[in-house]
Design a protein around this ligand. Sequence first.
Ligand code: SER
Ligand code: ZN
Length: 499
Amino acid sequence: MNIEFQLKAELKCSGSLSDAVTSSDLTEFVKYCNEGVLKKGAPPGCGAEITWWDVAGEKIGLKIVSDRFVRAHDALFRLKNEFGKFLGKHRIGIRGVEIEDYEIGIEWEEGLRIKKLPFVKEIKQEEGRLRLFLDVDEYALEKRIPDRILKLLEDKCEAARWKGKSEHWELLFESGKRDFYFDKDPTEELIKRGWIRHAAGRGQWIYGPQLTKIFRAFERALLEEVCKPLGYEEMIFPKFVPWDVWKRSGHAKGIYPEAYYVCTPKTRDPEYWEEVMDYYKVTNEVPLDMIMERIEPVGGMCYAQCPPFWIFLQGKTIPDEILPITVFDRSGTSHRYESGGLHGIERLDEFHRVEIVWIGTKKQVIEHAKQLQEGYRRIFEEFMDIEWREAWVTPWFMAQEGKAGLAESKEVGTTDYEAVLPYSGKWLEFQNVSVNGNKYPKGFSVKLQSGEELWSGCSGVGLERWAAVFLAQKGFESHKWPEKFRTIVGELPEVFRFL
Ligand code: SER
Ligand code: ZN
């Protein structure tokens, strides 16, 4: 990609330059910079250059033009340093840097229109070229904002390339055919039987005693058949996720359209809230606008379940001999704003999931994923007798950052488990198993004593999804359910009757 940077800046000095340095001294100095400092590290003929300069009182005006090798903002910092040394001899210091204009021109073949970018006050898209007029100060340059804007553009191009294509999906395994004992939508049957009722929230249900018992039976099968033999211990992961967790997990890059946001009051002083309370009392309406002014978004509700766990290990070094670490959490709900796609207990805004996390060396993590997968197959065959398939898909941690495609390494990625729903013929993803590579240990700065790279994996088992799949295929006549499942579920309780 051909890029040109044009920066106009002013160095503010602590004393008048006109008195201290002669014009020929400065010309000499600029030449020295143009030939040395601004070319350092760049291939021959490349780098940055001062194309114009002017001294007025205590200010030095500069125009810097560069290619991508010594980007103009890097050149500016090099110059600030060099000027500092040069002027120091004349007892003049540099007080600050003012950025007047910064234009970046990029060769732009993409049909992609860019309408808005952070720190960019104007965008001109002309034939074959994208021109960005930046609105930045010295601090923004120190924070490398221009580099990040360029990276963002690359990501946008990448995303656009993937957009037209269907999501990555590659079949890995298919179970044999199974007998189906039901051909209707299980949610409708659940409602008809009074086993569930839609809750007050969107995509939220109240599960009655019968379905709850079925969920718990699934959980028990999972714990007894898979977690216990593989040495898992239970933990309780937080269910409110502050921004800092999502910054480290990558969710902060893309989760916004799907998050359930959490806000705290700006103060808990009752007086501050009195107007809100009074408004409600006289109208019976909750005054959303007034509330919005008084709260602050501090994060979101549990979305992927494992990220907030990693704070437990953040900044720690782990002795090799305690690996692999195997823990799970089933302590609460996950929340996703499922725009439009809501359907029965299959696609929900609030759902229940057992999240399984394992941590070890690369070899251990890959090996462990295989053992888990064997355990799952046993459950699907012996306890549920379902027809399912496994597919290699875009890793969940990439998808949740808004990325498409596959991880760079073939060993890192997500296997989705899908089962067919006889009533619609559609396949429903009901759980996943992922090798997440070093992403989480790296994001949360967790190290291994031996210095070997630490890896991790996770697997989410959605209880509503397991139930949806099982009931859709095996129906509601419990005598037709597999013997092993009947044994763990026992009698379904009858608690409520309605008149
Ligand atoms: N954390 C993983 C996910 O959100 C597994 O549950 O998909
Ligand atoms: Zn996870």
